[in-house]
Design a protein around this ligand. Structure first.
Ligand code: RIB
Length: 343
């Protein structure tokens, strides 16, 4: 039985995995010269498609699902755009489901997606512990790729950014700016990305003498950011953090709005940095510093990993792809903090 993978065929022919899949399933979509290159690579490598994968696919709809945490978060809009770019190449349809960070809602979506026999699921999970509905979906044979978080059990692929490094970049930037008391705003900690970003900023501050104040939030929304901003602003000026690192840009936009409504100047009275670098970060009234995630690339890569698993079936080797975060400095952390306003 040939052990050549679809990835090796794609590499030999100098095309994407999706193009190889099209040559096998929808040759009419592929230019003759490209088709010839792929077919000769298949012959040279002795690639044999996986019948069980094809049978599996035959019993499945031509649809992949993306289950996002919050459909109102532009981060996920950009991720889904990347998924669609990859899916379009493969002639596959994409459906988007919103868990709204609600475990029960996520379970209902996974139940329905399994009944719909989707080809696979890309998910930023609310629940991923042993015995979860997600693990049951995987065990019953639906290909799953985790998006925006790594996978500790390696029985699935994942695409993420190194969130601990991302938190560290944010913390180091604020320490360099001279901040001695920093608030971390984010939650719930059950979301791995939030816990990792918290771990990163704590690591950056450790040993510097700077204090980290945690302001936990029930969700990763603008409204939660405003509540956290109020809690921070209500502190006596002498005990108030001079900088805030938020677990994502929506929280940061909420903190920015609350500080502005309360007459606190950003960054002079309080600096703010978010995470994701969505378009609204740069467009904010005080342009937000942020930790950039390659959002479309996350989506595109996740969709390609899913296709590989569908095509390769049992021979598929799961991969955990990790991208590097990038610090983007803008006005919201640009100025050094003034002495706390007396009174
Ligand atoms: O994926 C969980 C969170 O991390 C999302 O809110 C998104 O903003 C990302 O940064």
């Amino acid at each position: 039985m040939s052990t050549t993978s679809i990835k090796e065929v794609a590499r030999r022919a100098g095309v994407s995995v999706g193009t190889v899949s099209n040559v096998l399933n929808r040759p009419d979509l592929v230019a003759p010269s490209t088709r010839a290159r792929v077919l000769s690579a298949i012959a040279e490598l002795g690639y044999v498609r996986n019948d069980s994968a094809r049978q599996l696919r035959a019993g499945r709809s031509n649809t992949i699902a993306v289950v996002v945490l919050d459909v109102a978060n532009p981060f996920f809009t950009d991720v889904v755009r990347g998924v669609e770019l990859a899916a379009d190449e493969l002639g596959v349809m994409v459906v988007v489901c919103n868990s709204g960070e609600d475990p029960a809602r996520e379970r209902r979506h996974l139940e329905q997606l399994e009944q719909q026999r989707v080809r696979g699921v890309l998910i930023t999970p609310v629940e991923d512990q042993p015995g979860s509905r997600l693990e049951q979906l995987i065990r019953r044979g639906t290909p799953v790729v985790l998006v925006d978080r790594g996978s500790s059990p390696h029985n699935r692929c994942s695409v993420a950014v190194d969130d601990v490094l991302g938190g560290r970049l944010a913390g180091a930037h604020l320490v360099e700016q001279g901040h001695r008391r920093v608030a971390f705003v984010g939650g719930p900690p059950s979301i791995q990305q939030v816990a990792d970003r918290h771990r990163g900023v704590a690591g950056a501050l450790a040993g510097t003498g700077a204090e980290l104040v945690v302001v936990a939030t029930p969700s990763l929304t603008v409204a939660s950011g405003r509540q956290a901003g109020a809690e921070i602003a209500d502190r006596p000026p002498g005990a108030r953090p001079t900088a805030v690192f938020c677990a994502n840009d929506l929280l940061a936009l909420g903190v920015l709005q609350e500080m502005t409504l309360r007459g606190l100047r950003v960054p002079e009275d309080i600096a703010i940095i978010g995470y994701d670098d969505i378009d609204f970060a740069a467009a904010a009234a005080v342009p937000l510093s942020s930790i950039r995630q390659p959002r479309e690339q996350l989506g595109r890569t996740a969709a390609q990993l899913l296709l590989e698993e569908v095509e390769e079936g049992d021979g598929h080797r799961h991969r955990q792809v990790v991208f590097q975060p990038e610090l983007v400095v803008r006005a919201s952390t640009g100025g050094l903090p003034r002495a706390p306003v007396p009174g």
